[in-house]
Design a protein around this ligand. Structure first.
Ligand SMILES: C[S@@+](CC[C@H](N)C(=O)[O-])C[C@H]1O[C@@H](n2cnc3c(N)ncnc32)[C@H](O)[C@@H]1O
Length: 352
């Protein structure tokens, strides 16, 4: 009985988030067409069959998320985990930020970054307003709105998609089952505001978790969220995923969520090569990113529109990229991939 009620509560929460996300996008698109028509992106009309398939695919994701929580891969409480009061307080800021976003889109201004940013400290491809967002990834303001913006973009499914790495991760960590759980080290590359680390902490209560990102502002935000977990002492490191400041073979697992599509092809390969270097033999790499044209051709219009609405300079290249080949080139074996709603998950092992 309690389980049925909890499942119902989860489904209702997700439906509510979905409706909010849709309503937000509908109203903001109308406002943009009215107030900033010359900045409106030219999108392709979405075929009704695709909308129906998106709906089904999202329902499957939520069902699977529930089932994997029920199977104890992570606590059910994680399904309801979000800083609701904080998001409610910040929601007006998302609206207030919109005119600046429209202006940047209209002016094709993709390098509108805070003045105090030192360009030498970052790779050139990073110094852009991804998603046209104010300050790119380089301010506390941007970091404070990011989670809410992603939540709206994915109609509340961002965490359910992130959690798809947990099952293959836990299976792969069986390789190190004879070790104490506290000796397992897991790195989350491009951790951003730490949402993936929060999911991993639910699944691996005793593992040593480390997060790396290029943005100090995002790491500060991650530190704020993660510090709220009882007993947590976040280990967060500023660095470039292409050359990470860790010794060879010092992690048993590495995750990387929603980064690949924001990297040029060569940097994508560098990140994968680095993950290979950092893993102990037998260790596992889990990648999560957008679905691609080859595995999800039925969502082609959604992918195309995403690229047109948001500034995503490397997305077009990414959706045609062969990530499995990149993993093999780096030396990985046992490469598998599966899609869940709008996310593709790759799992790959470093040979023993
Ligand atoms: C779309 S966000 C994803 C964040 C997080 N993984 C999530 O699931 O929300 C991309 C993140 O990658 C970081 N990033 C981009 N290029 C990077 C690089 N070369 N090295 C490290 N982090 C990078 C950005 O600062 C940002 O936090």
């Amino acid at each position: 009985m309690a389980e049925t009620l909890t499942k119902l509560a989860y489904q209702t929460l997700q439906q509510g988030k979905g409706l909010m996300g849709l309503a937000h996008k509908e109203i903001s698109t109308r406002l943009m067409t009215l107030l900033a028509p010359d900045g409106s992106p030219r999108t392709e009309p979405v075929p009704p069959q695709m909308l129906a398939e998106l709906r089904r695919s999202m329902d499957r994701l939520i069902e699977l998320d529930w089932q994997e929580a029920e199977a104890d891969l992570y606590p059910t409480a994680l399904l309801f985990d979000a800083p609701w009061l904080d998001w409610a307080a910040r929601y007006p800021l998302v609206w207030l930020d919109m005119p600046a976003t429209w202006n940047r889109r209209r002016e094709r201004n993709v390098r509108d970054l805070p003045r105090d940013v030192s360009p030498d400290a970052y790779p050139d491809y990073y110094l852009q307003n991804f998603h046209h967002q104010t300050d790119g990834y380089l301010s506390d303001h941007s970091a404070s709105l990011y989670d809410l913006q992603v939540e709206i973009l994915f109609n509340g499914t961002a965490d359910p998609m992130r959690r798809r790495i947990i099952k293959p991760l836990r299976q792969a960590l069986q390789t190190f089952a004879e070790r104490p759980a506290s000796a397992i080290r897991v790195l989350d590359v491009a951790t951003g505001t730490g949402r993936t680390l929060r999911q991993l902490r639910g699944a691996l209560p005793q593992a040593q978790l480390v997060g790396l990102d290029l943005s100090r502002a995002y790491l500060r935000q991650a530190n704020r969220w993660l510090s709220q977990l009882p007993g947590e002492l976040p280990q967060l490191v500023q660095g470039n995923a292409e050359a990470m400041p860790f010794a060879d073979g010092c992690f048993q697992a590495i995750s990387c969520v929603f980064l690949l599509h924001e990297l040029p092809a060569q940097a994508r390969q560098h990140m994968i090569d680095e993950a290979f270097r950092l893993l102990e033999p037998g260790g596992v790499l889990l990648l999560a990113d957008s679905v691609q044209l080859e595995d999800s051709p039925e969502f082609r219009v959604a992918m195309e529109n995403f690229r047109r609405v948001f500034h995503e300079p490397y997305y077009r290249d990414y959706i045609g990229d062969r990530i499995d080949e990149r993993l093999q080139t780096a030396g990985f074996e046992a490469v598998t991939a599966e899609s869940h709603f709008m996310t593709r998950i790759w799992s790959a092992r470093k040979p023993r």
